[in-house]
Design a protein around this ligand. Structure first.
Ligand SMILES: [Cu+2]
Length: 302
């Protein structure tokens, strides 16, 4: 009946409308009956009360009608639930990693992105997990939502039915920056998606631009800014070469933010905590090559 930007949106809308409409009709019937009875059986009109015992047709009606109604609601709910829970076998798998406080999406060919890109018309199956605490991926426009649980895989599937950009939220309270844990779903025409998907990134990329992309795809920018603003973690702006006051094993000391300090802070963030910031950063896995690119980019943030 209803259509929406995903195959699931319309189904949810339709079920929802059927259930709400049934409830509204029922509310109207009960309210009207009540008002009629208030008027008709008022003490002035009916001074002597009569006792009524047993009324088979009435009893059958008020048993059968609600049963049929509730079973009908269950039917619509069940049919859609079954559909939503079972992705078609040909669905395109995309791995989703949730972490404090960003989303990572990785594709079958190794492509990684911090927004979710999908082709219109192809069923997509999200295989989701979390690196730290409970998160929940919610795409309101698509009417789909599923928890991301550490140590476990959960699934979600949908088919985009029209092109567009939609919000992705985390809807499981996951700490300080929970409300900023957002991303975008970009539904693209199949040809556009294919060229994005096949594009060899970084063919002509510089270490600096690769470093920037790494900070995005590894989720660093969820907590660190590049413009000097303070977020959960210290800003990257002007970091390289600066003197930093850190707490090491509870003792304060001053270090210079050089290559060694930065690599160490990425590999073992809890060793030196920058003074004034909470010790909440997880260790971020990075290869030596990636470290070099990240440092090259940090050097440009004067
Ligand atoms: Cu979250």
């Amino acid at each position: 009946m209803f259509l929406g930007p995903s195959n699931i949106a319309g189904k949810i809308e339709t079920s929802f409308l059927i259930i709400v409409a049934s409830c509204v009709i029922l509310l109207a019937l009960v309210t009207i009956t009540m008002l009629v009875f208030l008027y008709r059986y008022n003490r002035k009109r009916t001074p002597v009360a009569t006792e009524i015992r047993e009324n088979l047709p009435l009893e059958v009606a008020w048993t059968v009608l609600p049963t049929v109604l509730v079973i009908a609601m269950f039917y619509f709910g069940w049919v859609d639930f079954d559909y939503i829970r079972n992705p078609p076998p040909n669905a395109m798998p995309i791995h989703v990693t949730a972490r404090q406080w960003s989303w990572g999406f990785s594709y079958e060919n190794g492509k990684q992105s911090d927004d979710l890109r999908v082709p219109v018309g192809t069923p997509v199956k999200l295989i989701m997990t979390s690196e730290d605490v409970l998160h929940c991926l919610f795409i309101p426009a698509y009417r789909v939502k599923e928890d991301c649980v550490p140590g476990m895989e959960t699934h979600l599937w949908f088919t985009a039915t029209e092109t567009g950009t939609y919000e992705i939220f985390c809807t499981e309270y996951c700490g300080l920056e929970h409300s900023h844990m957002r991303s975008q779903l970009i539904a693209m025409r199949e040809s556009d998606f294919n060229s994005w998907y096949a594009a060899k990134e970084k063919a002509v990329a510089t270490p600096e631009s690769r470093g920037k992309e790494l900070l995005q795809s590894k989720g660093c920018l969820g907590c660190h800014t590049t413009d000097g603003t303070k977020k959960v973690g210290p800003t990257f702006k002007g970091l390289y070469g600066r003197k930093v006051t850190v707490m090491t094993n509870g003792k304060e000391r001053t270090v210079t933010a050089d290559d060694e300090y930065i690599e160490h802070s990425i590999e073992d963030p809890k060793a030196d905590i920058v003074k004034g910031f909470p010790p909440i950063m997880p260790a971020i896995p990075a290869t030596d090559e990636e470290m070099k690119d990240i440092i090259a980019y940090l050097k440009t943030l004067k």
